[in-house]
Design a protein around this ligand. Structure first.
Ligand SMILES: C[S@@+](CC[C@H](N)C(=O)[O-])C[C@H]1O[C@@H](n2cnc3c(N)ncnc32)[C@H](O)[C@@H]1O
Length: 208
């Protein structure tokens, strides 16, 4: 643990205000196989604590409207690789800013990439994303549930480069090896400040 960080805490246990709880419960009910109520509470709370902030979200989905609302008045950019999900999100949320990217990895090669991290930078990020340092980053994309899916090596490595000093970085699905190993390697195991089920939160040191 970094000297400046408290011990990791259990996040997302306490209910939020009723209007937000109702939105989170509706999302969980309509979005099977994605986040749990504890995880969505934790993400909401981390974003809302910094709002208005520069928020970068890897992955769109039925949760996207919530993160825009949690960061009302701030700058929120989504990074997405699936054309259908980009189109669907633009239809539902016409004002959302979405940057299209391509992931060139396969989850099965995660060990190989761990030794060659320079290959993991997402080169097609637009300058307005690549040249900014982000205060909150949420990594929930691309898919990594099978060896033939891209895996989150590029999104996690790129998030580590894009994080501002003092940023909070959330990583979902850390019950999986890639998310855990890459998260600890690139954000620093010692910087883990909290978790909710399979969601981890790292706080990037002020000086690195
Ligand atoms: C783990 S999903 C992101 C889920 C989203 N953060 C949520 O909680 O609703 C990762 C990728 O799968 C696609 N996707 C988004 N929502 C999905 C859903 N409900 N079911 C299947 N795939 C989804 C998108 O391409 C997204 O980048």
């Amino acid at each position: 643990m970094s000297p400046s960080n408290p011990p990791p805490q259990a996040l997302g246990q306490a209910p939020l205000e009723p209007a937000i709880e109702a939105q989170l419960a509706a999302l969980v009910a309509s979005n099977p196989g994605q986040g749990s109520i504890e995880e969505y509470r934790a993400i909401w709370s981390v974003i809302a604590a910094r709002c208005p902030c520069d928020l970068l979200v890897f992955g769109v989905g039925r949760d996207s409207a919530l993160w825009l609302a949690a960061n009302a008045g701030g700058r929120t950019v989504f990074i997405e690789h699936e054309a259908e999900w980009i189109a669907e999100t633009r239809r539902r949320l016409p004002t959302a800013t979405i940057a299209a990217v391509r992931y060139t990895t396969r989850a099965r090669w995660w060990r190989w990439y761990l030794l060659r991290p320079a290959r993991l930078w997402l080169r097609d990020l637009p300058p307005e994303v690549a040249e900014r340092r982000w205060q909150v980053i949420f990594v929930d994309s691309p898919q990594g549930y099978r060896p033939s899916t891209p895996g989150r090596m590029m999104s996690i490595f790129s998030a580590a480069r894009l994080a501002a000093p003092g940023a909070d970085v959330l990583v979902h699905d850390t019950d999986r090896t890639i998310e855990r190993r890459y998260g600890d390697r690139f954000f620093g195991e010692e910087n883990l400040i909290g978790a909710a089920r399979t969601l981890r939160c790292y706080r990037i040191p002020q000086a690195r």
